[in-house]
Design a protein around this ligand. Structure first.
Ligand code: HEC
Ligand code: HEC
Length: 295
């Protein structure tokens, strides 16, 4: 999407930035040139947890989720065995089956992109019956409290390890937060050991109240989210739940509706919703949503 936007801007030679691209902080990507041991500690710790937990996942879970295709695209590798997800992937537990199937087809057919393009490749590799089996399975899982929202002027200094894992720099102290969300594991292996919270979302001071006003009444910039996402923002019909989900994930989705990464017919209602939201609005909305109960 980035390339397309650059081309458009170059052609028009005017800075039409109402639909700016997804900001860097919402898309954790591996930092090249890290001291190797910094990243290795994170992934080795995670491997220990995986080796403990993966064997306990029952055979009744669809094979594609447990094993992927030839060991590649193992759904539970990024979305976790609980399906509760991580800021660098997406929460899948409790997604409505119809939404899951539609969005997988959007990923396959090009109506939805992803900042990690391998998710698009995984979708393209799935047969319809595998999509259906995965959708039924994830719809059967319950969401649960997973994110603690912390208003703050600072956040731990962070780096992005292999597997796109945002992690605190050991002994690195704090950094100014600015207008963004920093979402980190409470500890290295907690995501593998529900119940949560397994993540802390650091958000700017005042975000939750500001987000509440936008979500409930639109604040003159958008429309009340409850109209489509349900009174408690827990979804309605094939519209997904947005309460109690990763703040970073939700923020990224809102930017992706804005910048066109998510387009096509299914994205139309959301395009209007995000059209007049600025970066600080999206931070506030996502902070408020993450602070709400997920069930
Ligand atoms: C290497 C990591 C990775 C693996 C493996 C992976 N995913 Fe994903 N998945 C992602 C990322 C990243 C996103 C979010 C993309 C974005 O925000 O742009 C995502 C998003 C999704 C979504 C959209 C959720 C929503 O809220 O709209 C679904 C559904 C999904 N994945 C299903 C699957 C299935 C099924 C598998 C196994 C076949 C799988 N994923 C394997 C990384 C992964
Ligand atoms: C007119 C109906 C409508 C309204 C109003 C609406 N939404 Fe949505 N929303 C949808 C639909 C439909 C989808 C699924 C889009 C798709 O399939 O790509 C969606 C998807 C989303 C997603 C992506 C979820 C995920 O996990 O991928 C987020 C985040 C979201 N909406 C947030 C909001 C917020 C915040 C508001 C209020 C400011 C809002 N929506 C208002 C209809 C609506």
């Amino acid at each position: 999407m980035k390339a397309k936007i650059c081309v458009t801007l170059a052609l028009l030679a005017v800075p039409v930035l109402a639909h700016a691209e997804t900001p860097w902080w919402a898309t954790p990507t591996l930092q090249i040139g890290l001291p190797a041991d910094l990243s290795r500690n994170v992934t080795q710790g995670e491997d220990v947890a995986r080796n403990e937990v993966y064997p306990t996942v029952p055979d009744s879970v669809p094979e594609i989720i447990r094993k992927g295709r030839n060991g590649n695209g193992i759904c539970m590798g990024c979305h976790l065995p609980s399906g509760l997800g991580q800021p660098q992937s997406a929460p899948l537990a409790g997604l409505p089956e119809a939404y899951f199937i539609r969005t997988m087809h959007d990923l396959k057919g090009g109506d939805r992109g992803a900042y990690r393009p391998n998710m698009v490749d995984f979708a393209k590799g799935l047969a319809d019956d595998e999509i259906k089996a995965a959708a039924t399975y994830y719809a059967s899982l319950k969401s649960a409290p997973w994110i603690k929202v912390q208003e703050s002027d600072t956040a731990p200094k962070l780096f992005v390890a292999t597997r796109e894992i945002p992690a605190a720099v050991p002994g690195g102290g704090d950094m100014p937060l600015g207008i963004r969300i920093v979402e980190l594991r409470t500890d290295l292996v907690k995501p593998y050991h529900p119940p949560g919270p397994a993540f802390i979302a650091y958000v700017p001071k005042g975000s939750v109240a500001r987000g509440a006003a936008l979500v409930k009444g639109g604040g003159g910039k958008t429309v009340a989210c409850t109209t489509c996402h349900g009174a408690n923002l827990l979804g309605a019909g094939d519209v997904p739940a947005i309460a109690g989900r990763s703040a970073l994930h939700n923020a990224r989705q809102l930017f992706e509706f804005q910048d066109g990464t998510r387009h096509g017919a299914a994205a139309e209602p959301m395009k209007a919703v995000v059209a007049h939201l600025g970066e600080a609005d999206i931070v506030a909305i996502s902070a408020y949503l993450a602070s709400r109960p997920p069930v």
